[in-house]
Design a protein around this ligand. Structure first.
Ligand SMILES: [Zn+2]
Length: 394
């Protein structure tokens, strides 16, 4: 092992000497040789690097007189996992890159036993001896400090499940987890619409409402690691029940599920709609009455569908006015399927936001933006988080 390291260091010394003498052709071939050497499948060698990454990179970087990231780019991979309710997605990335070297997708089958084994198999599909850490975006609630899933309704068999330590034990590398919305917010901040901002609020509006907050360049996690559950902010204590069982959370007004439920209730109460659902409640429970269908109806001028989105936008505005007062962000980013409907939701949202914001100065230069990372936001968030935690540990 030591011989291999010494050989590489010797090669690097020669490259440096040649560089000083401006023998660029030799430097380049020397570097290619080093890259080939590093890329060769020396399992022991990679294990050595993996166990001593900082020390190794620093020593090589010193000899090579270059940025350690150049070397990391050649020799290390980060694995990112997006653990969703329906699919597990995994991908491996070279350092500094956000284009996956390999990716794999499989069904979660969250209600059936064996989710952990399916997750391990999925990771093994992209695994490489050069992998040095794993980042996971998981459904919450969870404790990111211990890497424990507390009791996610999406995966019933995981009750106080020590996900990070079990994965770390299996793969022999550090594992960093946080909830999917926090990871999405972190991903948008690192690579997406929030790049360059120091204070950011991210909201995803789909079947539920999730959130992530960057506060003075730090992901807000809180004392228990349960921070920034923005969807469960109370906007009316007498409001409808939320997915979590409590009442009047913004998720209970502004999620896709809430929008469809409100429309079904109005139809049942006798409000006329060109949608003409004979039994709106049944169609709602069968998943036929959706926010997507309502958006299409609203765009054709259906007043009930328009009012369902207007109501969602109004309460979303109240919630965001609260977030402005607490976090004072320079950007609010919206992701998730329901946020794609545009003006239907965002016109009433902006009116409500202006009406409820405590001081107009919060709105000066405030950017309201669409998420930029699309379906890969969970993976890229987990990737960004694993890299961030690694740099912090060095
Ligand atoms: Zn709730």
């Amino acid at each position: 092992m030591e011989n291999r390291v010494n050989y590489l260091l010797l090669m690097n010394r020669q490259a440096r000497k040649e560089r000083q003498e401006k023998l660029w052709g030799s430097v380049s071939s020397r570097m290619s040789e080093a890259h080939r050497f590093l890329a060769t499948d020396f399992t022991d060698f990679h294990r050595f690097i993996k166990n001593n990454p900082c020390e190794f990179v620093k020593s090589v970087a010193r000899v090579w007189d270059c940025d350690g990231s150049v070397i990391m780019a050649t020799m290390s991979l980060t694995i990112a996992v997006d653990l969703g309710g329906t699919h597990i997605r995994v991908a491996s990335y070279n350092s500094e890159s956000i284009t996956p070297v390999a990716h794999f997708r499989t069904r979660t089958n969250a209600r059936e036993p064996g989710v952990f084994d399916r997750l391990v198999q999925a990771i093994e599909n992209v695994w490489d001896a050069k992998a040095i850490s794993i980042g996971v975006a998981s459904p919450g609630p969870l404790d990111p400090y211990t890497g424990t899933i507390l009791a996610t309704p999406n995966i019933p068999e995981w009750q106080n499940f020590p996900l990070a330590s079990k994965l770390s034990e299996h793969f022999g590398v550090p594992v960093h987890i946080d909830n999917d919305a926090n990871m999405a917010g972190f991903g948008e901040w690192t690579f997406g619409a929030g790049k360059g901002h120091h204070n950011l609020v991210y909201l995803t509006i789909s079947t539920g409402v999730g959130g992530g907050v960057i506060c003075n360049d730090t992901l807000l996690q809180g004392f228990h690691g349960l921070g920034a559950e923005l969807g469960h902010m109370i906007v009316d204590p007498n409001g409808p029940p939320c997915g979590c069982g409590k009442h009047g959370h913004v998720e209970a007004f502004s999620s896709g599920t809430a929008i469809a439920r409100y429309a079904a209730e109005q139809i049942q109460a006798g409000q006329k709609s060109p949608l003409r659902f004979d039994n709106a409640q049944r169609e709602l429970s069968q998943g036929q009455l959706t926010a997507k269908l309502l958006a299409d109806a609203a765009l054709q001028g259906d007043p009930l569908a328009i009012s369902a989105f207007a109501r969602a936008g109004k309460y979303l505005g109240i919630a965001v006015a609260n977030y402005l007062a607490i976090f004072d962000p320079s950007i609010v980013i919206f992701g998730g399927g329901v946020s794609q409907v545009g003006d239907l939701l965002f016109k009433p949202f902006e009116e409500s936001l202006r009406e409820h914001t405590f001081h107009p100065h919060y709105l000066d230069n405030l950017v309201i933006a669409k998420a930029a990372l699309g379906d890969d936001v969970g993976l890229l968030g987990a990737l960004a988080w694993a890299r961030y935690k690694r740099t912090r540990a060095e």
